[in-house]
Design a protein around this ligand. Structure first.
Ligand code: GRF
Length: 191
C-alpha cells in the first residue's frame, strides 16, 4: 500500500465537508489520513464529529492568545508535530495570517460556496441569491493573503431557480463534498 499523505482540516462549524473528506480518507478513496482538525469554536458540531471518528483535534479560542500570530504559531507547531503536508480549510471562519501562510505557503486550500471571483467573503450564497443568479457553485482555491482571491484550482456549477436558501445551500454542499474529495485526490496523486 502506498504511503498516506497527512492532511489537516480547519473548520469552525457544522463540518459536512470535514465529514465527507474524513469518510473518503477512511474508505481509501483519497490517499490521505486526516491527522488533525483545527477548530476555533469548542461548541462546533465538527469537534464532536472528529471525536466520534477518532480524529485528533486542536481546539482553541483566539481570546486566550495575545495575538493572531501567537495562536497561529501554536497551530504551526501542532501541524509540524503531526507532519501535515496539506491544509484544507472547510468553513474555517478566521482569516489565515502571516505565520500560517509563510509556514505552509502553497499548501493551504479553501472551499468557497460561489463561483469566484463572484461573491467573495461571508454570506456568499445569500449574496448570490440576493443578486438573483441562476447558476450557483463552489470554488476550491489556494489561500494567499487576499480575501478568497488565491489561484483557482477547481470549480463546479449548480443551477437553481428558486428562492429557498436552504434548498440551494443543500445543493451547493453536495457538489462541494464531491469537488473537495476529487480535488484533494488530484493534488495528492501529483505529489
Ligand atoms: C461551506 O459551504 C464552505 O464552502 C464554506 O463554509 C461552508 C462549510 O460547511 N467555506 P460545512 O461546515 O463543511 O458543512
Amino acid at each position: 500500500m502506498s504511503a498516506k499523505h497527512k492532511i489537516a482540516i480547519f473548520a469552525s462549524g457544522y463540518g459536512s465537508n470535514f465529514e465527507a473528506i474524513a469518510t473518503a480518507a477512511f474508505a481509501g478513496v483519497i490517499p490521505a489520513e486526516i491527522s488533525l482538525l483545527v477548530c476555533d469554536k469548542s461548541e462546533a458540531r465538527v469537534v464532536e464529529l472528529a471525536q466520534k471518528m477518532g480524529i485528533p483535534s486542536f481546539v482553541f479560542s483566539a481570546k486566550d492568545y495575545a495575538s493572531k500570530a501567537d495562536y497561529e504559531r501554536e497551530i504551526v507547531s501542532r501541524l509540524r508535530a503531526a507532519e501535515v503536508e496539506l491544509i484544507c480549510l472547510a468553513g474555517y471562519m478566521k482569516i489565515v495570517g502571516e505565520e500560517l501562510l509563510s509556514a505552509y505557503e502553497g499548501h493551504i486550500i479553501n472551499i468557497h460556496p460561489s463561483l469566484l471571483p463572484s461573491f467573495k467573503g461571508a454570506r456568499a450564497i445569500e449574496q448570490a441569491m440576493e443578486y438573483g443568479v441562476k447558476i450557483f457553485g463552489a470554488t476550491i482555491h489556494y489561500v494567499d493573503s487576499s480575501l478568497d482571491g488565491g489561484r483557482i484550482i477547481a470549480q463546479r456549477a449548480v443551477e437553481y431557480d428558486g428562492n429557498s436558501i436552504e434548498e440551494v445551500t443543500a445543493k451547493i454542499h453536495s457538489i462541494e463534498h464531491e469537488l473537495y474529495i476529487q480535488t484533494i485526490s488530484k493534488l495528492l496523486n501529483k505529489e
